[in-house]
Ligand binder design. Sequence first.
Ligand code: GAP
Length: 505
Amino acid sequence: MTDIFTPIEPRFDRDNSGLMEKIVALCKRRGFIYPGSELYGGLANTYDYGPTGTELLRNIKNLWWSYFVQQRDDIVGLDASLISHHRIWEASGHVAGFADAMIDCKHCKSRFRADHLIEDFLEDANNQVRIKHWAEKLIVGGETKLTNEIVTKVTEDKKVEGLTTEQLAEIIFLLDITCPNCGEVDWTPVRKFNQLFPVELGLVQGDNNVAYLRGETAQGMFVNFKNVVDSTRVRLPFGIAQLGKSFRNEITPGNSIFRTLEFEQAEIEYFFDHKKTKWEELFLEWKNSMFGFVTEKLGIKEENLRWRPHTDEERSFYSKRTEDLEYRFPFGFKELWGLAYRTNYDLAQHQTNSQKDLSIVDPQTGEKILPHVIEPAVGINRLMLMVLCDAYYEDEKRTVLKLHPKLAPYKVAVFPLLANKEELVGKARDIYKNLKESFMTAWDDRGNIGKRYMAQDEIGTPWCVTVDFQTLEDSTVTVRDRDTAEQTRLPIDELQMYFNSRLMK
Ligand code: GAP
């Protein structure tokens, strides 16, 4: 029997290679990711980041901030409160509509998101014949509330976003989907489940004392829009960026940190006057920026990325266009980063609900404008999972995380060839201390050199410096390259420049 506390192990890889299991094991073994509350049996869908994971996460955050805020002159930052007024979430529509359809297995008590249960079933290679047969039978005239259009969409696109709870329940019933955890077919009805986490404030209980942990960073930008305009020199078009925790009461199938209860979200609300700026052009610019960041800054292989426009059914009613940048995770192509043209729906909602004028005045025409917005929204933890999956490499001899050097938790590791030779250890310590002032540098003097290389390869350290007996004679060291395993002899004085020049690339 499982309950909501019990973490669910990753179930399968799409290609059955076991890749996801290997990545999860490496992450635990090498200090990237630990299961949350593990000491007390775990808490489902929560994770803690260990020493290497913390560095990797921080490096991704810093790169994102540098690329989208520091290096641009049209985007400013914001850091809003995690706990916010319930009226913000009523106005945004989250209190009424931020809900997933869930279903429970009565036999083993596992809980699933109904859409994910179906989509996982649809994508599983073993189910394709059954799905084809099902679609043909329904289209030819079975007794069903599902239209031919829905059946075709479900079977061809393998997506069910936008379908009602009744339609999801019918698909689960008609496809005879079994519980992925215990294999039984013993489902509860499909029910809606709000994802916002309420927080009770003060001592008196009641609706008016309820606040919410923010379900997205986006609302912070909308409710502070006027503050930013009034307190800075921004002019349309401009963006407000925020990077910080968001909280969602998620039911997830256990694909590590892909979908968790709390996550680091990085969002930009890019405000513009829709009469002066063509949204289609801005949208394309944002697609290029997002793709450029992922491929050039994070070093992700292009063949593992694709764009997927949302269908009319799945797109929010106020959005004119939404596209997801998807990454080929071991469990299939999944949303990485969303891009949405949200019109001025959010500002208009907050203007109406707060009864405060949120418009700005066009300095040329004197006209009042309630700006429209384009929103790129991504989870940093999901970027991290992508980076780990893309960098994972193994052959008969070794396992390596081929991380972009800028992302690597440690840039350099320093070893004395022998741990019991004082002259070697002393020299290596000096080099280590020196490099540590400029780079995250690791020290290792345990085991043999082969074992130390193996450990650094698995955490993605691009360069290992070894101090040997020759060092004592001519002040040179060996520098071993992670990807090629080749060793170069370099003077100690040149190390700093050597690593700097490589990190600049
Ligand atoms: N403001 C729009 C918004 O929040 P979203 O598609 O719900 O849109 C944006 O979320 C991104 O945040 C996703 O593409 C994903 O990268 C990340 N994300 C959403 N929920 C997540 C979760 N539970 N765990 C990890 N990342 C999540």
